[in-house]
Design a protein. Structure first.
Length: 197
């Protein structure tokens, strides 16, 4: 049974009328070629994945649709560089290769994907070196039990971030201001980069 995603049904329903038969045709061919394919939505576009890796994606625009393989893997089409995907601006089913040719391409890319070597295992990360905690900063942290508790529970990386931020200030006034802010944030259980999450 095809592993479909309701978000792709909704995507196709919202597409322009000319694009709906194109998207449905492509979707059916991908599932025909590889029944084990899974659907996903990434970057607001329908994707087809195999074993967690992107196989292909399709998209609909106001005046054309697009379909392409995530990794080229030997797929060379005359319109590959004319627009997103491998088949240029697809305005009707006639702009696509015939069914058998497209299924063969899908199978070829899927086989090559599975034949690729697995990524080498990542080496163990080096332990984070924490610079010495300046006495004034240690005193400020100790004066606030919540900040001290958070600091004690922080990973070495989070400790290092705060220490480097405070000691990186050139002026004493800036250092003092950063220390006060750091203690306030730590008292709230926040690491230095909490705003960016």
């Amino acid at each position: 049974m095809a592993r479909t995603d309701a978000r792709i049904d909704a995507y196709i329903d919202k597409a322009e009328d000319f694009a709906k038969p194109i998207l449905n045709h492509l979707r059916a061919l991908v599932h025909q070629a590889r029944p084990d394919v899974e659907e996903a939505v990434k970057w607001n576009m329908p994707f087809f994945t195999l074993g967690g890796k992107n196989l292909a994606n399709m998209a609909a625009f106001k005046e054309h649709a697009a379909f392409g393989f995530w990794e080229r893997l030997g797929v060379d089409t005359p319109k590959a560089n004319q627009a997103m995907g491998h088949f240029g601006r697809i305005r009707s089913l006639e702009d696509l290769p015939d069914k058998d040719e497209l299924v063969a391409m899908i199978l070829s890319v899927a086989e090559k994907m599975q034949g690729q070597r697995a990524a080498p295992k990542k080496s163990k990360p080096k332990p984070v070196k924490v610079p010495p905690l300046p006495a004034a900063f240690a005193k400020a942290i100790a004066a606030n039990p919540d900040a001290q508790k958070t600091y004690d529970e922080f990973s070495p990386g989070y400790r290092r971030d705060y220490i480097l931020w405070v000691t990186g200030a050139k002026r004493e006034q800036t250092r003092d201001k950063r220390m006060a802010t750091a203690v306030e944030w730590m008292a709230e259980g926040k690491d230095l980069n909490w705003k960016y999450r």
